[in-house]
Design a protein around this ligand. Sequence first.
Ligand code: AMP
Length: 282
Amino acid sequence: MKVHRLKNNLLETLNTRRDAGRSIGLVPTMGALHRGHISLVKEAASQNEVVVVSIFVNPTQFNNPSDLDKYPRTMEADMDMLTDVDTDIIIFAPSSEELYNGNVVSKSYDFGGLEYEMEGKHRPGHFNGVGTVLSILFRAVNPDKAYFGEKDFQQLQVVRKLVEIEGFDLEIVGCPILREENGLAMSSRNKRLTSEERQAAGVIYSSLKEIKRSFSHNSISKLQKQVEEVFEKHPLLRLEYFEIANENTLKPALRKHKKNHYRAFIAVFAGEVRLIDNLGLN
Ligand code: AMP
């Protein structure tokens, strides 16, 4: 298993493979890998001859310094998990200074409004950080395809927009959400939950499923209220937002139109840990 810390060394390795006509799949991650990440890596391995997994906790996409400090970093375990998938995987794990060429700041993007909804409202500047780091990674790796989870559905749409804006010649592949047994979406942040919180957080997905079940025969405002009531008196979980939005524009749905695709989005705090999830409704 090759671990590259420097962009130049990575470039050298990838150029050799590219010259030999091999296709390259990139899976960008912040490490603390779990089965959700691994499902992306397996998808990339099934569609490409070379797989690059980047492991980089990107400071510019964190609006909360304590969240950045406490973000789990488990490099050894990550390497073991990737070795179990395939020993030929290339890991790119640069320092911030190296990746950003010493200038660790975000560029400012216009994602056509996608960046101001939901996560964008609650994490100001977040998508500028995401766009900046992914632009650098796409240039460093120059992949044929890059793999992203629907777990961060808004991010997936923003990345598609980024590719359009910057004119990157690559395909973005969206992959389904992997869940724990109780339905909780797998996340690196789940490592920070107490066992009680982890158990309780199953209600996030069961609420989304309930909304999907009643979507066709209830109004948006009634569905909204239904979710708010679940969390109102919850002893361990606090609802930050619940929104039903148009899947393409991410704008909140006020009324339902048959031709549109809708998705429910939710963010919940368990103590200090912020959990997000989403589910397609029609
Ligand atoms: P992260 O390390 O949290 O930045 O995630 C790296 C990639 O893995 C992103 O594209 C995420 O959407 C994806 N991902 C994270 N959790 C899951 C999950 N439970 N199922 C599928 N993909 C996931």
